[in-house]
Design a protein around this ligand. Structure first.
Ligand code: SAM
Length: 238
């Protein structure tokens, strides 16, 4: 391409967040790998001062879904490599970075479609997100079904929704904690169930039935579970 204008190759471009996400996911481990897989994951988008104006949201309530463009802020400093091992392929095959949705990219920008549940004056409540708490949002656009939904699209090595066949059971102690928090966190049981159905263990551990204990943070809860064959047994929630 001749005569590129600003920004020229190698030149930097500055973007500033329009909003930040309040998400139940407090650590990277166990976040689903794509949006829409855990529908009970609800988040709140809080606009920064410059954009916290109802005018910026006028008409958005007419859309059921939104595209979020965001920064992979937690991994941005780790840079990128031309070849990536997608977890979907068990972590032992490499694909080109632009043939993946890896977080490690030349420009650490992510793209997720989420369901819009509620519109406040300066906030949006969304569902099905795959974003870490505190993720900076760079832009928001409505999802347009006539253009964005392509019925005969090919999905390469990720052609279908992953189905792990994993079941989830809660111990009596875990059930008791869920019961104490149903008012404040009505989605918690469904959220834990859907997250564990995704089987967040690293691919190489899925083949080994280790009886290892795993832990994750959702909201301010520390959730511990064990895996036996295709059963996740939630041991404790604290
Ligand atoms: N749907 C997005 C996309 O395609 O650009 C994200 C896909 S990426 C494979 C999803 C993973 O990004 C999640 O499982 C989580 O581990 C990670 N993630 C989410 N928010 C992040 C953040 N703010 N910084 C770094 N990693 C993040």
């Amino acid at each position: 391409m001749s005569n590129p204008t600003f920004p020229a190759p190698g030149e930097t471009l500055s973007l500033s967040p329009i909003a930040y996400v309040e998400s139940p996911y407090r650590q990277k481990f166990a976040i689903p790998r794509q949006p829409g897989l855990v529908k009970s994951a609800r988040g709140v988008i809080h606009f920064t001062e410059a954009y916290a104006h109802p005018d910026c949201l006028r008409g958005i309530e007419d859309f059921s879904h939104l595209w979020l463009t965001f920064m992979f802020h937690e991994t941005a400093a780790q840079g990128w490599k031309p070849l990536v091992r997608p977890p979907r392929l068990g972590g032992n095959q490499r694909k080109g970075v632009f043939a993946t949705r890896s977080t490690f990219r030349p420009n650490p920008i992510g793209l997720s479609v989420v369901e819009l549940l509620e519109v406040g004056d300066t906030t949006l409540v969304v569902a099905g997100l795959d974003l870490l708490h505190g993720t900076p949002i760079l832009d928001i656009k409505p999802y347009l079904p006539y253009s964005d939904s392509i019925a005969d699209a090919r999905g390469g090595y990720a052609d279908a929704r992953p189905n792990t066949g994993m079941q989830v059971q809660f111990s009596a102690a875990a059930e008791a904690v869920l019961a104490q928090h149903t008012e404040q966190y009505p989605q918690l049981r469904a959220l834990i169930t859907e997250v564990l159905q995704q089987d967040p263990r690293p691919g190489y551990q899925r083949e080994q039935n280790w009886q290892k204990e795993y832990g994750m943070h959702l909201y301010d809860f520390n959730i511990k579970w064990r895996v036996e064959d295709n059963l996740n047994q939630v041991i404790s929630i604290s």
